[in-house]
Design a protein. Structure first.
Length: 306
């Protein structure tokens, strides 16, 4: 494992972690874009599996996540242009990876919020060889309007850098309300109680994000699904859209399916995988090893024809 710093055009620092595989045959370089209110450390088990399967892995903390605080704030991207900063960070790391490993295929995995950051990046660069879209969805227009209105009200009340517990509980509490007999506010993540407990006890997870972050996310996600923008994603790149059939972020499969259909309609080579019974984090589920194998098989079949 190596921590590699990069220079950015902003005053904020950017570094990433490189996990190189020790296998003789290397299939590719996989870059991970993590979700909201979590950090790169939550992917250790999956990264280890990828290394064992012959993939180098690169991962970084998004702004306002993990140890990468912006202006001392957790859950804050930037005063202005936060979404663009996130996308540019991802692309900057990708360019380093291409220069470092020019002979290898490059894969982008985005989970939840990180999946939308990944899709934004895929609309700017077209030299990824495959994409993995995890725990994602195509938001409903009316829900987006309602969320934007709610965030603007909370921004007027608390300011852009304010953190609204009401907003947090409304959105994430709504996810958890889909399930009966919950033990924590985070049972919507996975059926694996040990993973849920680890998340719940982690001070770097589940925090209340700033109002500005929510505004950035809502605006960024909305722009992704403008038809002309969807059309910018490479038509030659294989895409695997995967999530749990019981993922509330994905509308219990419906929003995830709509995302896949939107990609297909725009000409992308998208494949849909809904894991029956799984919730939001299929990579941390009780049957995660089956999902790992689906992902590995998809990559090896599409990148090497094996």
């Amino acid at each position: 494992m190596q921590i590699i710093p990069l220079d950015t055009s902003s005053k904020d620092t950017l570094d990433f972690v490189l996990h190189e595989s020790k296998q003789d045959l290397i299939f590719g370089v996989l870059q991970i874009s993590h979700g909201m209110a979590e950090h790169l450390g939550r992917y250790k088990h999956f990264i280890s599996h990828l290394n064992n399967e012959g993939f180098h892995v690169i991962i970084h903390n998004h702004r306002g996540h993990g140890d990468r605080l912006v202006d001392g704030k957790m859950g804050f991207f930037a005063t202005k242009g936060g979404w663009d900063y996130l996308v540019d960070d991802l692309i900057l790391i990708h360019k380093w990876a291409v220069k470092q490993y020019p002979e290898l295929p490059h894969i982008l995995l985005g989970h939840s919020m990180g999946s939308w950051i990944a899709m934004s990046a895929l609309q700017k660069v077209t030299d990824f060889n495959a994409a993995l879209i995890s725990g994602s969805s195509k938001p409903k227009a009316l829900e987006t309007i309602a969320q934007k209105l709610l965030v603007r009200i909370e921004t007027m009340r608390l300011g852009p850098s304010g953190c609204s517990s009401f907003l947090h509980n409304t959105i994430f509490g709504g996810f958890n309300a889909k399930f009966k007999d919950t033990n924590t506010p985070n049972d919507w993540l996975t059926r694996d109680q040990s993973s849920v407990d680890d998340y719940t006890k982690d001070p770097l997870c589940g925090f209340v994000a700033t109002n500005q972050l929510w505004l950035d996310v809502i605006e960024g996600v909305s722009n992704i699904f403008i038809p002309d923008n969807l059309g910018l994603i490479s038509k030659e790149m294989p895409v695997l859209v995967f999530s749990g059939s019981e993922d509330p972020v994905g509308g219990m499969g419906k929003g995830t399916t709509e995302l896949h259909n939107s990609l297909v309609e725009s000409g992308c080579k998208s494949t849909l995988l809904l894991i029956q019974g799984a919730r939001h984090e299929t990579l941390n589920e009780t049957d995660k090893m089956d999902t790992y194998q689906h992902v590995i098989s998809f990559l090896k079949n599409n990148l090497t024809g094996l």
